[in-house]
Design a protein around this ligand. Sequence first.
Ligand code: F6R
Length: 259
Amino acid sequence: MEVVILPSADRVADVAADIVARLVAGRSRPTIGLATGSSPLATYARLIERYQREKLSFAGAAAVTLDEYVGLPEDHPEAYRAVIRREFVDHVDLPLDALHSPDVHTDDLACACDRYDRTVTGLGVDVQLLGIGSDGHVGFNEPGSSLTSRTRVKTLTTRTRQDNARFFGTVDDVPRHVVTQGLGTICDAGHLVMIATGSTKADPIAAMVEGPVAAACPASVLQFHRHATVLVDEAAAVGLRLADYYREAHRHKPGWQPL
Ligand code: F6R
């Protein structure tokens, strides 16, 4: 796991966007894993700017979303497919039929989860953007999730529903159930890029990076991944015991070794 401490949330977005842009420019059929929530929004804004200004094209790319609420109508503004279209996909040339997300509007959710897992695995995610929940969730894998889990239905914790109430108005409006890529599914991606900014992320980031690998902090599974990059601003880094070492390692990173 490589931890990169950057001076501001803006720089975090720049570096995350650079990683995605390098993938998209360098491969003919790349697959990008997209997260929702607030954390990647500035990254999406940077990628849209690069599409508009530099003609960075997503025409040959595919994208997969991490998770989706169960029980919201398809056109609900907080349905994650709608969010990802509004914040990113509808502003670039990524074809809409190349945007894959879990089908939550079916009577057979279990079957739809298996199908989505096969879709994600079949495409092979090159770079997966991630955010972290205040309880250490990644995707919507809440504490207690199996570290090898596959796409399935999960129940959100009260804490996550309270955190996400800001998007809905009241906590009662936040769905209880979601479909999420499992931790095993997420870890199949070639490169995991965690984006975390602000002081509310300091505790979960410290637990993820320096705590034990445990289902109690699902994001800690990233410690097992061969290529996980953790992009944090100063506020999100305050709980890291080895912060000085991460800074030094980044300062002396060999030029031939990109993030
Ligand atoms: C969203 C997702 C979640 C969020 C996490 C952090 O697709 O998978 O894991 O990344 O809840 O949310 P924000 O970024 O809003 O703090």
